[in-house]
Design a protein around this ligand. Structure first.
Ligand SMILES: Cc1cc2nc3c(=O)[nH]c(=O)nc-3n(C[C@H](O)[C@H](O)[C@H](O)COP(=O)(O)OP(=O)(O)OC[C@H]3O[C@@H](n4cnc5c(N)ncnc54)[C@H](O)[C@@H]3O)c2cc1C
Length: 466
């Protein structure tokens, strides 16, 4: 068999690249070592975590908020196995959808571990030990990432777990200790806090979601505290041990004193690491950087010009939609087109409640760059739509160039921020000014009016409803 292009790894980077290559007329193969397609995102990442976030949010609302809405419920309870079963069926329907898309686009799917024999020969070893070898003019490495760990922590995957196991717990923990206050830790921490677990988040830095605008981290911490999440910032974890069903985490606080946390589960959520095991990179002379990521040039080409790499396995934000953009980029570049990705306009979202969503520069980055900027903010509590649903926490914060008024960053914490950020991405892609958005009609009553008001606030302090 001879292919124009082969993609190793079927996550959002890989399967999207495969579809775009097929659309552009290339004979395309996709190699995946697991039995289901979709990678981390569909199987143990974005989709299952959002399924559990939704279920737990329903429970939380029924438990804490329905009464105020005038809705009475008796005998409310959590059926964890059913919640996990529903999540599993969402995952299997979604991964089956990728099988359908591969067939529709006439992409050959090879299940097994893919590796390079040489720069044009791909070997696939399946779980029955059978080897299939074929040639490919070009290849895209899209092998993604795995949870990172600290060298002294032994992950037993029962009580000392990663996000993968946290998506499959059959009972609500009594006390879940989370190492890491980033997106994954806070999303899964929210799930279990809403379901009644005591949740403690231990974070090394002095704020949570440290890569986002600092205001967002502060506001989110305040909101999550209200649902019972406890935060231990500037704490350095020094040890994790397990005895029977109990886990002990030791940490050093900012004064250097040892603190001990006792729980029944500890989730390590300190980030993810690029994954290239078994790929045979050494057979093609492709190197990785200090963090194990495949090195690429501005066209996402490795040191072999017919081999590309995309998604979590290379530098940049570890996000499904970033991987997808790169998949499309490489397919189009390989077809001789001149695609472009604006990395500054890849939004980041945290699916807690309130949600957090950001695009462009943070205030801290603008200060560091020495850019003269102005800010405009609008709180959801001043918005009719938010008051109608009683989702009044959070704000929209916009950052615009002081001289030109061009939008430089938009940071939202509040209801439906994940969907609202799309308006900011479009505006910034077209290099809109804050006043451009402020002058556009936004339907009333909607959450998006907060975006218009924040832009009005940035435009000569003209907000109408504060
Ligand atoms: C709990 C959790 C929640 C997340 N939520 C979000 C979210 O809401 N939004 C978001 O944007 N991102 C989210 N992410 C991150 C997102 O899942 C990743 O950024 C995304 O999956 C990366 O896509 P990828 O295609 O680069 O790699 P992956 O999705 O990791 O896919 C790589 C695939 O390659 C396969 N593979 C590896 N080596 C080989 C080999 N040698 N041969 C054959 N196959 C191989 C793997 O089995 C895997 O299927 C989340 C992650 C986690 C863990």
């Amino acid at each position: 068999m001879k292919y124009d292009i082969t993609i190793i790894g079927s996550g959002p980077g890989g399967y999207v690249a495969a579809i775009r290559c097929a659309q552009l007329g290339m004979k395309t193969a996709l190699v995946e070592k697991y039995s289901t397609l979709g990678g981390t995102c569909l199987n143990v990442g974005c989709i299952p975590s959002k399924a559990l976030l939704d279920s737990s949010e329903h429970y939380h609302n029924a438990h804490k908020r329905f009464e105020e809405h005038g809705i009475k419920i008796n005998d409310l309870g959590v059926d964890m196995p059913q919640m996990i079963k529903r999540k599993d069926s969402v995952v299997s329907q979604t991964t089956a959808g990728i099988d359908y898309l591969m067939k529709k686009n006439k992409i050959d799917v090879h299940h097994g571990l893919g590796s390079f024999q040489d720069k044009n020969t791909i070997k696939v070893l399946n779980d029955k030990g059978e080897v299939n070898t074929f040639t490919s003019a070009k290849t895209i490495i899209a092998t993604g990432s795995k949870p990172a760990n600290l060298p002294f922590i032994e992950l037993d995957k029962e009580r000392v777990i990663t996000s993968t196991e946290a998506l499959n717990l059959q009972k609500v923990p009594d006390h879940l200790i989370i190492i890491g206050g980033g997106v994954i830790g806070l999303e899964l921490g929210s799930v279990y806090a809403r379901l009644g677990a005591k949740v403690s988040v231990i974070e090394y830095m002095d704020n949570i979601i440290p890569t986002m605008d600092r205001t967002m981290g502060k506001d989110l911490q305040r909101s999550l505290k209200k649902i019972g999440v406890k935060f231990y910032l500037q704490h350095k974890v020094t040890g994790v041990s397990r005895s029977e069903d109990q886990v002990t985490v030791t940490a050093e606080d900012k004064k250097g004193q040892t603190v001990e946390f006792l729980g029944d589960y500890c989730m390590v959520a300190i980030g993810r690491k690029a994954y290239t095991e078994g790929l045979g990179l050494e057979n093609v002379g492709i190197t990785t950087d200090k963090q194990g990521r495949v090195e690429v040039n501005e066209h996402l080409q490795t040191s072999q010009d017919n081999i590309f790499a995309i998604g979590d396995v290379i530098k940049g934000a570890m996000l499904a939609h970033k991987a997808e953009e790169e998949g499309v980029y490489v397919a189009e570049y390989a077809a001789g087109q001149k695609p472009h990705i604006n990395y500054n306009l890849i939004p980041g979202v945290v699916y807690t409640w309130p949600e957090v969503a950001s695009v462009g520069y943070t205030e801290e980055q603008l200060k560091e760059k020495g850019t003269a900027y102005k800010t405009g903010a609008f709180p959801f509590k001043a918005l009719g739509r938010a008051r109608a649903s009683m989702d009044i926490e959070g704000q929209v914060k916009v950052l615009a160039d002081k001289q030109t008024d061009e939008l430089l960053g938009v940071h939202i914490i509040g209801p439906r921020a994940a969907d609202m950020i799309a308006e900011a991405v479009i505006a910034m892609e077209y290099r809109a000014s804050a006043e451009d958005i402020a002058r556009m009609s936004h339907a009333h009553p909607t959450y998006t009016e907060a975006m218009k008001e924040a832009c009005l606030a940035a435009t000569e302090d003209r907000a109408l409803h504060v």
